[in-house]
Write a new protein. Structure first.
Length: 719
């Protein structure tokens, strides 16, 4: 629902009497300064024993799992957890309100993206103050032309408690807009088609669609992906507007693989990507022949990953075949025999090629090494490659869509923790860059802030990069409060870009730190390989090493260190507080993947089978033994733990709500301290939390209020 005001005060969503009714008569009996606080809801234990890899496996909180999300006893328990969390946090409501206003105070609420010229139209999005969602627009021929609103997500979202538009695809002739819409957070999307000439929706509605959606060249045919019951994208269908019949055109029976759909930049081909975490295969179809035959570019080979683009009658293939950090090869479309391949970009032992943009005259490589992002430009006509320089060691860039194949400009957005996002158009020929937009950040002056790149030694001798962001001056040896963040899984790198939502903490003296631990790719592909499967515990020991080093060097101290991670980063949170709880004062674990054994042994759950190549298959004894040694839920001990806030969403298909719920229940039963342990369940959202931007600001204010209340630091500085 749209916010009525961007500065809306936070108020209790449940009155005290309702809280008492949910928590029970004893829960709120003495909330005075000298009396005990709210009592956490009791969780019953129900014996449940199964067998995993030949080992008896007990799960006393299995009863909290409800696949249909409708059992009254489970929903009642979750509501009581929410009521308890609200009661415990009630005294922080003024602080939450202050933090929310500060976050919004750093946001340019009414804003406009840099327009992109595509087929004679300038496409852009804009936001309006007080509205939750973006508005997508275009102008024909000139930026001074009248605005045409393609899709106002606020008009759609106002009818739903949750609303997310994931994909928007304009037909090649510019007359139709197809988009995907999710109203629950479950990531099951509906495709709707809008006639941009009349503003009306067509009767063609396609339900239960995944993340792939593309137009054929005829402006009448849509291709889209569908998931199976376990949320694995395993099929691509074709449908012609005006005809309800759907034709299955590509299927992927191997449960380790998932399908993705794209179109080459020159719009010549549609591509179907079959990928596991170790192997890839691409099929292609001429975009102007929607009823034609899909062909395999290069047959899959175990351990060989590749993706493809099209250029001048050939495919350009980014592959790890004989190249750990990937290389780019030119493959003739008519005869893709390896003997006819030519190398365009060789492999580099220390630098990963993680993506590419193909233009008519240039190949642009997006590279990563030594915990820094890089851009390399290679002219197709010959000549030496050159690199695009960036001024700061701690930085991030995000490639633009760059939809125009004939362009000599590549667009990217550069930022750092102290540098607001700046959109550049880089001329691939003259090597000059033009600033197209600098994001305005109210109440912020970069001169007051600094960044550092430091390195912590891991137990096995690896050097773990850490990015620091703080308000000056910093006096080493005078420990500051710190929020240390990390992810460290799936090869996803955590780039230190600008984040205005962290400023309320930094302005209160916090250091914001990102540990670039193994499991990501900040240091190349090897960094990822060393943080998965039977080497996954490197992720956790890297994080512990970073925390220890930051304390030893005087940046922070155990009583001032808060940590945060989400999803697989929530697994990290659970693992490290089992290993070294004394290092941390506060923990925020968002949608945490903590029940590793039970989740990864159930192939009916979303994403499980594909992820056997990330974590292992617990039905394999060697994998089971290793996974058992770190799974957070299975390693909770009778020991003191830090203060912990856990968040989840009832409709989350990626980390089901019962994982964090069971973990919290077990922690409550085992921990020997009196520190807060809170579970906050969004009863109408999924993995990404609430869908509106102001709602997300409120959720961050809640998290930061928890951290500040636990660590109890001083007031806010002024810019």
């Amino acid at each position: 629902m749209p916010a009525t005001s961007s500065r809306r005060s936070l108020r209790p969503s449940l009155p005290i009497l309702a809280l008492a009714a949910l928590l029970g008569p004893a829960a709120l009996h003495a909330q005075g300064a000298d009396g005990p606080g709210p009592v956490p809801p009791a969780t019953r234990i129900v014996p449940h024993v199964d067998t995993v890899a030949g080992v008896p496996w007990s799960d006393p909180y299995f009863w909290l799992r409800d696949d249909r999300r409708e059992r009254p006893e489970v929903l009642d328990y979750l509501r009581r957890e929410n009521a308890y969390t609200e009661a415990v946090m009630q005294h922080t409501l003024p602080l939450q309100d202050t933090l929310y206003r500060e976050i919004v105070g750093h946001i340019q609420e009414t804003d406009l993206s840099v327009p992109e010229l595509i087929d004679g139209y300038y496409y852009y999005s804009r936001t309006e103050k007080g509205k939750q969602y973006p508005i997508f627009c275009r102008k024909r021929g000139s930026l001074s032309a009248g605005e045409e609103v393609l899709l106002d997500e606020n008009a759609i979202g106002s009818r739903h408690a949750y609303s997310r538009v994931a994909l928007r695809q304009v037909s090649p002739d510019g007359n139709l807009l197809a988009y995907t819409h999710d109203t629950t957070g479950s990531e099951w999307y509906t495709v709707l088609v809008k006639d941009l000439r009349t503003g009306r929706l067509l009767p063609d509605v396609i339900d239960s669609v995944s993340y792939g959606l593309e137009w054929a060249g005829d402006n009448r045919t849509l291709f889209f992906t569908r998931d199976n019951a376990a949320h694995r994208p395993d099929r691509i269908f074709r449908r012609t507007l005006g005809d309800s019949a759907e034709t299955l055109v590509v299927s992927e029976p191997d449960s380790l693989f998932f399908l993705a759909l794209s179109k080459t930049k020159d719009r010549a081909y549609l591509l179907a990507h079959s990928s596991s975490f170790t192997t890839g295969e691409v099929r292609y179809l001429a975009a102007n022949q929607p009823a034609g035959q899909w062909r395999t570019l290069l047959p899959r080979r175990d351990g060989v990953e590749y993706s493809a683009e099209h250029h001048g009658g050939d495919f350009l293939v980014l592959t790890n075949d004989g190249a750990v950090n990937f290389k780019v090869m030119r493959v003739p479309t008519a005869a893709p025999d390896p003997s006819r391949w030519t190398e365009l970009a060789p492999a580099d032992d220390s630098t990963l090629i993680e993506g590419m943009d193909v233009f008519q005259r240039h190949l642009v490589l997006y590279r990563r090494g030594d915990a820094r992002q890089q851009i390399r430009v290679i002219p197709f006509a010959g000549g030496a490659p050159h690199d695009v320089d960036f001024p700061e060691v701690v930085h991030a860039y995000q490639p633009g869509r760059n939809p125009e194949f004939q362009s000599r400009m590549v667009r990217f957005t550069y930022s750092s923790p102290r540098t607001p996002p700046t959109v550049y158009d880089y001329d691939l020929v003259s090597r000059k860059r033009a600033v197209r937009k600098v994001t305005e950040v109210p109440n912020f002056a970069s001169k007051h802030y600094a960044t550092e790149r430091v390195w912590a030694p891991a137990p096995d001798g690896a050097r773990v990069p850490i990015s620091l962001f703080y308000r000056m001056p910093l006096r080493k040896g005078n420990p500051r409060p710190m929020l240390l963040y990390a992810y460290g899984s799936y090869g996803a790198s955590t780039d230190p870009g600008f984040n205005p939502r962290i400023l309320p903490l930094v302005d209160r003296g916090y250091i914001y730190a990102i540990a670039h631990i193994r499991g990501g790719q900040e240091m190349g592909r090897q960094w990822y390989d060393q943080g998965k499967m039977l080497r996954k515990k490197n992720t956790f020991t890297d994080f512990v090493a970073a925390a220890e080093w930051l304390q030893q060097e005087g940046y922070t101290s155990p009583d001032r260190l808060a940590i945060r991670g989400g999803s697989a980063g929530g697994l990290l949170m659970g693992a490290v507080i089992n290993m070294r709880p004394e290092l941390f004062r506060a923990v925020v674990a968002d949608v945490p993947f903590v029940d590793v054994i039970n989740t990864m042994r159930d192939p009916t759950l979303e994403f499980t089978t594909q992820e056997w190549q990330q974590w292992g298959n617990p039905n394999v004894p060697e994998h089971f033994s290793y996974m058992r040694s770190y799974s957070p839920y299975d390693n909770v001990e009778r020991q003191p733990y830090p203060s912990i806030l856990v968040t989840t969403g009832l409709n989350d298909p990626r980390v089901n709500y019962w994982e964090p719920a069971k973990w919290v229940a077990k922690l409550r039963a085992m921990k020997t301290d009196s520190n807060p342990l809170l579970l906050k369940i969004n009863m109408g959202a999924g993995h990404g939390g609430r869908s509106g931007r102001y709602e997300a600001f409120h959720d961050d204010a809640f998290r930061y209020a928890f951290v500040l209340d636990v660590i109890r630091t001083g007031g806010r500085a002024t810019p």
